[in-house]
Design a protein around this ligand. Structure first.
Ligand code: ARG
Length: 588
């Protein structure tokens, strides 16, 4: 079923046509004067030029054609020629009923489903996850779910960072500490132990130590560079250490992502792309796309129209080493080969914008993708603390994801217990569910590209534009439905009726806006649009609830119709939060 607003536009477009004007002028928008009307159309003003007529005259003619519409209840011509519209209750009710009984709330599936890879998460093995990785995981996961709901084939790839200097650093530090390990014996030809010579917590200590040392000690740094090079050249013992690091890190990462309810289809990594590099480079050289410049192999990607300088993309340094861009290009080659995606969407810190611009231009210039393949970069801003600096946890260190989640859950538990006056046996589980909504909604409700302040107090509040407020609204509905059932009512048998109050109609219209909200969040890769939508919907629900005595209503058909509406709002809210990546508890 088409979106509600499109169906109304369609009706107004027909009226424009019937009155002798172009149907395109019939586009309607949600009214910005809800006190006057529900929808408005400004097409008459736009049509003035083409038809050389007074817009009011045009609007009057259109209004006349809408007089006995099945969709539009009333139309008023206002000001210079606005069409102020109200929708027929019967039409609205039909639309809602179709949502209630249709699959996926009656949202149309994409006409041409695409294969889309979303590159998100992007953690680096052996390095702790930082806030940037948290944002990437939250935003990417939501986009993956929205894309699938819309009907596309979406593949989420974590694109593990496992090929950089951090590997050489760990190998070097390990060598200093345990030089007798068999991995360092170049003459060794047997099998390496299955058990790693370190645990995840040791690994997390080894990397920062090695990193610090390499900054203070040039010999140490050179050793790490050398180890990285030898690893990349295939030295057996180093490769075995690398494999241990990956296994241990991936187990730990999966545990962390699970806590965030983030799940990847592919656990591919930078190293997986390495085999594609040599042939890719050879072809770029042969085609004259890549050229030597002071010993380095580069691709010139600047364009005349560039407002700021776009430096060349460096494929190989003068010592022959490949770089971040080389890996990303080879990953594109691999993805095209394995999945032939229509689109690859990268959800990465916006400070990497130039890198991706260079990579995308190089990919296009070298023909690594087809002219139709869409490469999109969604750069997100920084998550700051209240002091305006990148967020740190209570202990003041770089964020450890687990610590952040524990902080939030602790705060949530406190609030839940305060609210109730006592602690339920399931309070901790509830705090975990609500805590996740606080983190994710706190992030997603901001436009991704902007920096935002991570404010635990605000994010965990039950009031205002927060995850817990949305969940509170859902739980409120669930508890009304529960009481209705306890009285012997059958929620599924309840039929919607026409709205009897303004707050009810407003709620109904917003409910009908679900598919348009999802469509625009997808089209604009903007989960915050969904947050905006459910915040408004929740406000409307609570407003309606405060004005209406639902369960004590004596007219049983009236009562049932409200129950049916509440149940539909519940479905819309629950579906939307699942697209954002969290869920609601039964009680809170
Ligand atoms: N590992 C990278 C980092 O921590 C992010 C990877 C983003 N994805 C990509 N294809 N480059 O900065």
């Amino acid at each position: 079923m088409q979106t509600f607003i499109n169906s109304i536009s369609g009706e107004v477009a027909r009226a424009f046509e019937a009155a002798g004007f172009d149907a395109d002028y019939g586009k309607v928008t949600v009214s910005n004067r809800p006190d006057l009307c529900e929808f408005q159309c400004n097409g008459a003003m736009a049509a003035k030029k083409k038809y050389g007529k007074n817009p009011r005259e045009i609007a009057d003619a259109v209004a006349e054609k809408l007089a006995d519409s099945e969709v539009i209840a009333s139309v008023e011509v206002a000001g210079p020629g606005f069409l102020n519209l109200k929708v027929k209750e019967t039409y609205l009710k039909q639309y809602l009923a179709a949502m209630a009984f249709g699959e996926r709330l009656a949202m149309d599936r994409a006409e041409k489903p695409k294969t889309i890879i979303i590159d998100y998460g992007g953690p680096n093995v052996a390095k702790p996850l930082h806030v940037g990785h948290l944002r990437s995981a939250i935003i990417g996961e939501s986009l993956k779910r929205i894309g699938r709901f819309v009907g596309h084939k979406v593949i989420g790839d974590v694109h593990l960072g496992d090929w950089g200097l951090q590997m050489g650093l760990i190998i070097t530090e390990l060598h200093e500490r345990q030089p007798d390990l068999v991995y360092f014996d170049e003459g060794y030809e047997g099998e390496y132990p299955a058990e790693a010579p370190f645990t995840i917590s040791e690994l997390e200590e080894i990397y920062p130590t090695a990193n610090r040392k390499s900054k203070e000690d040039e010999d140490y740094r050179n050793a790490a560079l050398q180890a990285t090079k030898e690893l990349q050249a295939g030295r057996r013992g180093y490769h075995a250490i690398w494999q241990h690091i990956i296994n241990i890190s991936v187990t730990d990462l999966k545990k962390n992502y699970k806590k965030l309810d983030v799940e990847f289809d592919l656990w591919k990594s930078e190293s997986d792309a390495q085999p594609y590099i040599p042939a890719m480079i050879e072809k770029m050289k042969a085609d004259g796309v890549a050229v030597l410049d002071q010993g380095a192999l580069i691709v010139d990607v600047k364009k005349e129209s560039d407002a700021k300088e776009v430096p060349p993309c460096i494929l190989l340094k003068s010592d022959g080493a490949s770089l971040y861009a080389t890996t990303d290009l080879a990953t594109i080659v691999e993805r095209m080969k394995l999945f032939a995606p229509d689109k690859i969407l990268y959800v990465v810190d916006k400070r990497q914008e130039m890198h991706f611009l260079q990579v995308f231009r190089t990919a296009a210039k070298a023909g690594l993708v087809t002219p139709e393949t869409e490469l999109q970069f969604l750069g997100f801003g920084t998550m700051n603390g209240k002091d305006g600096k990148p967020f740190k946890t209570r202990s003041g260190g770089v964020m450890r994801l687990e610590e952040l989640i524990n902080d939030i859950n602790g705060e949530m538990l406190k609030k839940i217990v305060e609210n109730k006056g006592y602690q339920d046996s399931d309070a901790e589980e509830t705090a975990r569910i609500v805590g996740l909504s606080a983190i994710k909604y706190g992030d997603l409700s901001n436009q991704a590209t902007k920096d935002y302040v991570f404010d635990i107090d605000r994010f965990t509040s039950f009031e205002g534009n927060t995850g817990p407020y949305i969940l509170y609204t859902i739980v409120r509905i669930k508890s009304i439905l529960e009481r209705f059932r306890k009285e012997g009512g059958d929620v599924d048998a309840c039929a919607l009726a026409e709205a009897v109050s303004e707050s009810e109609k407003n709620l109904a219209i917003l409910t009908a806006g679900f598919s348009a909200a999802v469509a625009s969040a997808w089209a604009e890769t903007a989960p915050h649009k969904l947050c905006g939508y459910i915040y408004e919907l929740s406000n409307a629900l609570n407003h309606f609830y405060h004005e209406t005595k639902i369960l004590s209503e004596e007219d049983s058909r009236q009562k049932q119709s409200w129950i049916a509406l509440l149940d539909l709002v519940r479905k819309v809210l629950e579906t939307t939060i699942s697209l954002l990546g969290f869920s609601a508890p039964e009680r809170m």
